[in-house]
Ligand binder design. Structure first.
Ligand code: ADP
Ligand code: ZN
Length: 611
């Protein structure tokens, strides 16, 4: 096997310009080179593609890759071809004549990787089984085969025939999302009972995790703009709950001069495709989208993701933030979370077919949002993984909340709730506490209550935050079916009657985004994961060059080089072909194609900026 390992490493260097494997990649490669089936679970960005691409390159014959999405196929084929690897796709967007040509090429042994949709594969099977030299069958997004998964595709279920038709060909099933049930189902459906299971860590330490609570309207927009401005010119995605919110958000950002566009399922297909393409090509910087956006997006240089509202569950949340930082460089995520989000999502959950499950999932999401301990620990434990220590890259780790004695605060709120006979929602309760002069407060005689105005010294946002914590701690409850009226629990009654004390986390406006993230601190100190001092000026030059080169070739800029490679070029400043060829992410093909342009840019920069 030493031989396989050496070959694999040589191919990794030659075609991809990488000098070591990510965790588990080599084990997977060895497994299928021993002609054993494999199930591979890796998070987004974990490097799944290499797991089947390297075996394809060191084996005789052609590797078949089953992929459900046309956009993904195209992206992968582009990336492979850019590295000089003979790859092609057969699909319905190409002419039949072209598809036949591709298949002839496969027969002739000129193609190492063939991407194909499941339905197409099944129609071709009969003719192939006999005489095509197939080295491996890789099934991407394998969770689509299971009814238990969140993205079941009927056409995937017919892949169960593969093992029978190609008993000698190893099958590799890959996915980024599969719980145990789905995993077992994949094995069963594909008839690969002896498959080795590879489960990589789902930790993505390069993603910063930030949650901002209780901001609404203008405050929220201001916080968002501050966050975006810290990522000037960098690609990012803003997820909103509804189509209407998507439109509004995009409109507002555009008016403020940002290069933003909306994306949601209600838009015409051609428009959606254009938006997506422009985003991939760095012609649009910010996408405002419903969760419909992202499937099929392999763009490696998404630098940030914002959730403008709390997501419905942790699975969705993790998948969506996972679209940032695929290249392994630091990326920032921010989630806004408010009381009204919880109310809205709760009503969605109640109306959904599976209320119990969905409500429980929402609760877990809420616990994450309210966390007083390292968020990454909570996130990973949700996915059954244990982190040994605090991550140091979430808002809780970086700015631990200050604990205060909240007994009096709680008593004021509880007393207000009691005096309106538990018949009001959060806004009215806060209005009473703050002594609001709104007409409806006086109309209902609330200005004569004993608690009217007792909480004047706290802002609306502060009360909102403390009531949310009270909810989280089980001091109050929300009657979701009765206009979200606040109710006092038994625990709350004890507090109201001074039988218990409560600790709360002190509210600090802007807490999590006024301070620098770990990524920013690291950047300032010149400490990046790849240990390169950053030269912003040179990097932005290189980005311009990358953009121009990509336009000329008709591929997205990240296919030419990832952000990480540009940072390495900026750090190493190669001026010769030899120096350029040894860099991270620069294989033989890219050396030939790009060394002249990029070393010339470096040389010019050095001339203009002598030490
Ligand atoms: P996934 O499909 O699991 O989301 P990809 O296969 O797209 O991940 O890989 C994510 C990124 O990491 C790609 O840019 C890929 O080139 C890069 N990558 C994969 N393996 C390695 C490695 N061993 N060394 C450096 N970069 C790698
Ligand atoms: Zn943390």
């Amino acid at each position: 096997m030493e031989n396989v390992r050496q070959k694999a490493l040589a191919v990794l260097k030659r075609f991809y310009g990488y000098s070591s494997f990510y965790p588990m990649q080599l084990d997977v490669i060895e497994c299928v080179m021993n002609r054993r089936d494999a199930v591979v679970l890796m998070p987004t960005g974990g490097g799944k593609s290499i797991c089947f691409q390297i075996p394809a390159l060191i084996s005789e014959g052609c590797t078949i890759v089953v992929s459900p999405l046309l956009a993904l196929m195209k992206d992968q084929v582009d990336a492979l071809q850019a590295n000089g690897i003979p790859a092609a796709a057969v699909n319905s967007t190409q002419s039949e004549a072209y598809n036949r040509e591709v298949i002839d090429e496969v027969y002739a042994g000129h193609i190492k990787l063939l991407y194909i949709s499941p339905e197409r594969l099944l129609t071709e099977l009969d003719t192939w089984a006999a005489d095509m030299n197939i080295s491996l069958i890789a099934i991407d997004e394998a969770h689509c085969i299971s009814q238990w998964g969140h993205d079941f595709r009927p056409e995937y279920s017919r892949l169960s025939q593969l093992k029978q038709r190609f008993p000698k060909v190893p099958i590799m099933a890959l996915t980024a999302t599969a719980d145990r049930l789905t995993r077992d189902d994949i094995v069963k459906q594909l008839h690969i009972p002896d498959a080795r299971m590879f489960i990589a860590s789902f930790n993505r330490p390069n993603l910063s995790l930030n949650v901002v609570r209780n901001l609404s309207g203008k405050d929220k927009m201001r916080a968002l703009v501050r966050f975006i401005d810290r990522h000037k010119g960098q690609s990012g995605i803003i997820y909103c709950l509804s189509r209407a919110n998507v439109e509004k958000m995009a409109q507002q950002l555009k008016q403020m001069g940002y290069n933003a566009a909306p994306f949601h399922a209600g838009m015409a297909t051609a428009v959606k495709e254009k938006v997506q393409r422009d985003f991939l090509n760095d012609d649009i910087t910010i996408i405002c989208a419903t969760i419909a956006f992202g499937m099929g997006i392999n763009k490696s240089n998404v630098r940030w993701v914002v959730h403008s509202n709390m997501p419905r569950n942790m699975e969705g949340y993790y998948q969506e933030i996972g679209r940032a930082g695929r290249d392994g460089l630091p990326a920032d995520t921010l989630m806004f979370y408010s009381f009204s989000d919880v109310a809205t999502l709760m009503s969605f959950a109640k109306e959904s077919g599976q209320a119990t499950v969905n409500i429980e999932k929402l609760r877990r999401m809420q616990q994450y949002a309210e966390a007083g301990v390292c968020r990454r620990r909570i996130l990973l434990s949700y996915f059954n993984e244990r982190l040994e220590c605090d991550c140091g890259n979430c808002d809780v780790c970086l700015n631990p909340p200050e604990r205060i004695d909240g007994t009096v605060i709680c008593q004021m709120a509880l007393s207000a709730i009691a005096r309106v006979n538990q018949q009001e929602g959060i806004t009215t309760i806060i209005d009473i506490l703050r002594g609001s002069r709104k007409a409806e407060i006086a109309a209902r005689g609330y200005d004569r209550l004993k608690t009217y105005g007792v909480g004047r010294n706290l802002s609306f946002a502060e009360w909102n935050a403390y009531l949310l914590q009270m909810l989280q701690l089980g001091i109050i409850d929300v009657a979701y079916e009765e206009a979200n009226h606040l109710r006092i629990t038994d625990y709350g009654r004890d507090i109201l009657h001074s039988m218990r004390q409560v600790q709360l986390s002190k509210f600090e406006y802007d807490r999590s985004f006024s301070k620098k993230t770990k990524a920013e601190k690291a950047k300032e100190q010149g400490r990046l994961p790849v240990d390169v001092p950053v030269n912003e000026k040179l990097i932005s030059r290189l980005k311009e060059l990358r953009y121009a080169v990509a336009k000329k070739q008709g591929v997205p800029p990240y296919i030419v080089f990832s952000d990480r490679v540009l940072e390495v070029i900026a750090a190493e400043k190669p001026v010769t072909k030899a120096a350029f060829s040894t860099l991270y992410g620069v294989g033989e093909r890219k050396t030939e194609l790009y060394w002249e342009a990029f070393t010339a840019a470096v040389r010019k920069f050095l001339e203009e900026n002598p030490r």
